[in-house]
Design a protein. Sequence first.
Length: 430
Amino acid sequence: MATIVGGFATSHTPTIGFAVDTNKQNDPIWAPIFKGYEPVQKWLKEQAPDVIFYIFNDHMTSFFMDHYSQFALGVGDTFPVADEGGGARNLPALKGYPELAEHIAKCLVADEFDLSYFQNKGLDHGCFSPMSLLFPEHKQGWPTKIIPFQVGVLMAPSPNASRCYKLGKALRRAIQSFPGNIKVAIAGTGGLSHQVHGERCGFNNTPWDMEFMQRLGDDPQSLTKYTIAQLAELGGMEGAEIVMWLMMRGALSEKVENVHQTYYLPSMTPICSLIFEERSNEKPAESDADYMARVNHELAGIEKLEGSYPFTISLSVKAFRLNNFLHELINPEHRKAFLSDPETAFTKASLTDEEKELVRSRNWRGMIHYGVIFFMLEKLGAVVGTTNLHIYSAMKGLSLEDFQKTRNAQVLYSVAGKDEGKTNWDKPAK
């Protein structure tokens, strides 16, 4: 079973990444940043977690207001550095842990936490700024995997302190029930007191920061009673993101010991870190067998439905490249490139030989078996000028005529829009 080795919290201000990238270790103004993180570096090296469950918020880089989630779980196998406007930092991509991520997703949904899932998105300074200091050897590759968990704290209404703490408790049960023999560290990031917008810009409250860190270890439940407005009053509007520290704390045992804490306020945001080690071992009220039965309840027996293939997180990771290629057909330029020179389009998208052949041969059933979700087949059909009914009949292994006999009305349709020639099959009945 998986073991939680402890938790740590860290600011994620871009100041940290800037100091790393510009080699400020020996500059008197910047040196306290590096000094303060040495105990965390040492702790991580000693604990050697196989994976860090990394709680952060994106800063409207990869998660924009066109689709903004409360809780977004990173399920992919690779997470690159996002470009925030001046070019991406020169850091290697982080490796994900899709198997654990899918397990956590199933468990949290069973505990009624509704999640969104993401992959193939860059992570911004909310993740990479502290990571580049926590692991000085990162240029040779990261020594641990990561499961990024993005919390939507920038647009109201946002998750409150109580909700985040409860999610942390559910996360603890989920991780501990994972069958793999791995070590997991929980990271909570953001904060502490700061505000970066409006006339209150530059607000800090060091006494509140110190009180918060003390209560986080000794009495986290008391912190869940604060509203977002109260947290903003005490710690600044952006400082209210400390709810992510509460999520980390919820994933730890009832009793913890603060074995490291540092705090440095050079400019806009305190640069701080702390480490909690567990000092109790509470047993869950629900047995492992009952818990897993509840987690798997909704899809129990689904395998008995012949010819049915639930689209799961694991399938979405396995077949992401092909699904993404087909999804991009909503882009007119990609459509044009695919239709004019499919082989070049395949190569540009790095499709495997198997994936190329599935598309070339219009192997509709084969693509479903491979892990393509049906709605990507629908898009491909529209682009190449075939109908949904042709796809349905191919999946059934029937001719169109024989499949149509099973329908109440013999009609043809597709999702094709205005592109010329894509609905040429729509002819008046003779």
